[in-house]
Design a protein. Structure first.
Lengths: 464, 255
């Protein structure tokens, strides 16, 4: 109760937002920086990812090792990657850009590599029989075969990277995220609200861009020019090899001091608590809300505003919810769980509503013909039939939330992410690496479990 | 006593297309069994949906138990739907529920929402007994708590019929109930619903593709094409002998 009281008292400090034009105008610089981070990272990740994917597709020597490396890199959450680069190349947008470029480059390389490997071998073999080098074969044989899927995934990757660019600032990697943390640290909450509203607007613009790219994937080529310019603008300003190498050396060997080892179970427990609590909260909220948002179940005056609520909850990334809640309700796993809960409610709400809408209509019609009340028909027909897809979405999101729990941990929710962030802030880089490896192992484990489930249930879709 | 009375029914799908049903008149008494024959797209399913109040009536009238369907909404419409049970082609049971839950779905019209929810999780003994009694009448009492996805095609239709029985209707609409069944099962299902109509006294309106089944089981055969009734025949060939044999088949199937 005390915790809730705190939340509401603090909430008042965030209103009204400062909507003076002078402030908004002054924030154009970090806003532009965020756009540059996104665009610059995209050029890197798409081009490097594609080349890596071709190497895997052509089965060049070492491609297995490369694939394993890409899978490993992808298991370092993007914000964790950002903190690593902040340490290596200094505070600023350069670190953010590199972090996103590396993370999404690996993701692109892995997924597109999978696409190439599963491509029809016929045309490729006939090309190979002409005696050309294997990379040329891959370029002329695989690329055209998979162009459509590549563009689809490229557009998806583009969307994710743009959203990530907004949050990397939370650990000092530049852009609007850094500004938000700055206002919070200065108790300047009315500006925090303004910045978050700007961020939501920016994400809306990004989503529009992504929608355009999804429709006309060739637009990606247009973004390449802007991306190259942005990448140059964002280049790390205080970069020095000696500094980077020195910090890398300080990371090795990873170590956790003896007196901290006893804390490990608690830290891991907190992270799992955040992930599990957030998912459970979201299920609790999203079950009734999802039914209220289903067009075949709820009247328009109900499902329309409920769907808008889902969009709003989804538009604010977990990290931003986390920053807000940590400020309002205090640091600790409860704030982290609520942050994941709010964002996931938006995700689940939409997915649950769609699961209910996609139920085969005949059995439900037959139930409606008995003349029963709406709720009875929903609970006998719609909900049991919508249950399997809802369960799958929920489990997969839980896996995502384990990753997200380490991220919100870094901005004050505690757990293993919190320990990592504290070690970095105190320059204990060897400890930081140890916590990073633990995070990595945790995410790899969740990823593996997820893969097993997918195989067992024969689920192929689910890039959400 | 007249259960269903349809006068000059016109149903349109859009303003420019020709009417789906164009001046249908039809009347059924208690216990009467009527077959509707016609090709796909003749308007049979639309007629059934109109009787259930799922399709707006352009002109003409439908009354069920002397209550007019026209302009009924919400609760009043739902109450009238309780009088009319539906058995259709496959796919109209909820596969993920168990058989007893599907059967008692027939009671949703007279149950409160709360009772419906409670039944899903904590069925009472008397409710299960009612479901079992209905299943016994269709010959598969032993399938009471089986998963619906695990029963055969013929059993599937029997469960749908049991659900209709639980609804205690005045009128049973059977929309091509044998469309996906083999000849032997088709005979079983048709003789089952016909003898249940004799026992319980509900009127039966059944759409079919095959004339031979229509003449074998039904009192009247209505042919419909392009939304218009082409002919109505009183079926004299059906004798008491066939009705007795129907009863025999049901008894065997129950064993």
């Amino acid at each position: 109760m005390h915790w809730l009281m705190n939340l509401f008292t603090q909430l008042r400090l965030f209103f009204p937002p400062d909507h003076s034009w002078s402030f908004i105008w002054a924030e154009r610089v970090p806003l532009l920086e965020t756009v540059e981070i996104a665009a610059g990272a995209m050029v890197f990740s798409l081009s490097v990812g594609l080349v890596l994917a071709l190497i895997i597709g052509a089965r060049l020597p070492g491609s297995r090792l490369l694939y394993a490396a890409l899978v490993s890199v992808r298991a370092i959450p993007d914000l964790t990657m950002a903190i690593l680069f902040v340490m290596l190349v200094g505070i600023g947008p350069g670190a953010g850009m590199l972090a996103i470029a590396v993370y999404y480059g690996a993701a692109m390389g892995k997924v597109c590599g999978d696409l190439f490997v599963s491509a029809d071998p016929g045309p490729v073999e006939s090309l190979a029989s002409t005696g050309t080098g294997s990379f040329t074969v891959a370029f002329y044989g695989l690329l055209p075969l998979r162009l459509k899927d590549l563009l689809t995934y490229g557009a998806y990757d583009f969307e994710c990277a743009m959203r990530a660019s907004v949050i990397v600032g939370a650990v000092g990697a530049g852009g609007i995220g850094t500004e938000i943390v700055g206002t919070i640290n200065n108790y300047d909450y009315s500006h925090t609200t303004t910045l978050i509203l700007m961020l939501v607007a920016l994400i809306a613009v990004f989503d529009l861009c992504a929608l355009a790219v999804r429709k006309y994937p060739r637009l990606l080529l247009l973004f390449v020019i802007g991306g190259i310019i942005s990448a140059w603008e964002c280049r790390p300003q205080m970069f020095a090899w000696s500094h980077t190498l020195d910090n890398l050396r300080k990371m090795w060997p990873p170590v956790i001091p003896r007196e901290r080892i006893g804390d490990l179970p608690r830290l891991l427990g907190e992270t799992l608590e955040i992930a599990f609590g957030g998912t459970a909260l979201a299920v609790l909220f999203a079950l009734p809300l999802g039914a209220m948002g289903a067009r075949n179940l709820a009247p328009a005056w109900m499902h329309f505003p409920v769907r808008r609520l889902f969009e709003f909850l989804r538009a604010i990334p977990e990290v931003v919810w986390g920053l807000l809640l940590v400020t309002m309700a205090g640091i600790g796993p409860a704030s982290g769980a609520l942050a994941l809960g709010l964002h996931s409610t938006g995700v689940f709400g939409k997915l649950y509503a769609e699961s209910i809408e996609n139920v085969q209509p005949e059995p439900v019609m037959a139930l409606a013909a008995t003349g029963g009340p709406r709720i009875a028909i929903a609970s006998f027909g719609l909900l049991p039939l919508a249950f399997p897809p809802m369960a799958i979405h929920t489990l997969f999101r839980f896996e995502w939330n384990i990753r997200a729990a380490t991220i919100v941990g870094m901005i004050g929710a505690g757990g293993i992410g919190g320990a990592l962030y504290n070690a970095q802030q105190l320059f204990f880089y060897d400890q930081m690496l140890a916590y990073l490896l633990i995070t990595w192992a945790l995410v790899m484990l969740a990823d593996w479990a997820n893969g097993q489930l997918r195989k067992r249930w024969k689920v192929t879709e689910g890039l959400i | 006593m007249t259960v269903l009375n349809i006068q000059d029914l016109v149903v349109v799908r859009s303003r420019h297309a020709p009417p789906v049903l164009n001046g249908i008149s039809l009347s059924l008494r208690r216990g009467e069994k009527v077959a509707i024959l016609g090709p796909s797209g003749a308007g049979k399913t639309t007629l059934f949906r109109a009787i259930n109040g799922f399709v707006p009536i352009q002109s003409g009238s439908i009354t069920v138990d002397n209550i007019s369907l026209k302009d009924l909404h919400g609760k009043a419409l739902r109450q009238l739907r309780r009088h009319v049970a539906v058995v259709s082609q496959r796919h109209d049971l909820v596969d993920r529920l168990r058989v007893h839950q599907n059967v008692m779905a027939g009671a949703l019209g007279r149950w409160s929402a709360w009772r419906a929810l409670r039944f899903l999780f904590w069925p009472k003994a008397e409710e299960l007994a009612e479901a079992e009694a209905a299943l016994r009448r269709v010959g598969i009492a032993h399938k009471l708590r089986v998963r619906t996805s695990e029963i055969s095609g013929g059993e599937h239709q029997r469960v749908a019929v049991a659900r209709a029985l639980v609804q205690q209707p005045s009128l049973l609409l059977a929309d091509e109930p044998i469309a996906s069944l083999d000849p032997e099962l088709s005979d079983q299902i048709l003789s089952l619903i016909c003898s249940l109509a004799n026992e319980s006294g509900f009127a039966l309106l059944c759409s079919l593709h095959q004339p031979e089944y229509a003449y074998k089981y039904f009192d009247r055969v209505v042919r419909i094409e392009h939304g218009v009734i082409q002919s109505v025949e009183n079926n004299q060939a059906r004798t008491n002998a066939t009705a007795n044999r129907d009863a025999e088949i049901i008894r065997q199937a129950g064993d």
